[in-house]
Design a protein around this ligand. Sequence first.
Ligand code: SF4
Length: 374
Amino acid sequence: MAGIYIHIPYCKQACHYCDFHFSTNLNTKSDLIDAILKEIELQKHYLLGETIETIYFGGGTPSILSTQELSTILQNIYENFSIGENPEITLEANPDDLGQSKLEELKAAGINRLSIGIQSFDNQILSYFNRAHNSQMAINSVWNAKQIGFQNISIDLIFGVPNQSLDALEKDLKQALKLSTPHISIYGLTIEENTVFGKWEKQDKLTPINEDLAAEHLTLIMNTLAASGYEQYEISNFCLPGFESRHNSSYWHRKKYLGLGPAAHSYNGTERQFNHANNIKYIKSLNSNELPISIEKLSIEDQINEMILTQLRLKEGLNHASLKKNFDFEMLVERKDHIQKFLQMNLLEIDGNFLRLTSNGKLLADFITEKLII
Ligand code: SF4
């Protein structure tokens, strides 16, 4: 079983915190879609005939494409790959794109999961982020999607915004819970260098929140969502029973996937392939029948570290027996000193084959992970 990811590298406007690959110039859009179709054809054997169980349109802003454009890509995927019986087909979408007719078209085109980039319900924060929507548009997009029959809906939120009080965060969470979407992803704001926020930080116009306050924010999130029945199945991802993201879970469990579009990457079990993160270069390469890729052969150490980095964030934790079986790496021996210290501090726990973060450990996940990787 494998997955396909399609990166749509366009956005209406640049959010001040974002360092994903995207362009606000849509002039290349139709050439880029042709290039994606070409890439599908050239890469149809990459997954060696494995059945595809998830398809994920990410970005950028995939909802910026017309439904016709999305359908053409989907149709080509169906024609070139073997698709499972009940695939999860996700579209990342922004609230300002989700009018009623667009939602109806998306549903008819086969999209069965929406991941809506809401980020906050606070209009001040939304304009600080330079988002293209406001709070009411965010709320309407979810209600409309539900009314049209989308059952599998996720919303994205951001916490740890400079000057965001715990009260403001609580208000955001309450509003999110009122919408009762079955999945909520919530990420701490990170200030990346090549963004407007990165520039403001350098100019002392922005001060990131400190670690203690970030930990208070995360504690509030974990407690509030748990009280409403959401399970934290990954540090940043919460869902009602049965609504885990199948696509993202497959990354964390190291299943194979093919990434299409600029800046997408692929994994076939031993190698990672990276597509050019440049729209023009990507198009030119495919126009010459060449794959727009660079290949990184993963060393054993890379694979061990990838497993530690992703699986320690999961509810079930890191399968140390699998590390031993696949890579002959005895985690509990090799990292004995750190692990014992974290066990004593109630930051880690061991349960059979699994080493997992406790609730306190989740607040220090990055620090703990850094000590455990090789
Ligand atoms: S956060 Fe999303 S909508 Fe905003 S610039 Fe980045 S990819 Fe585009």
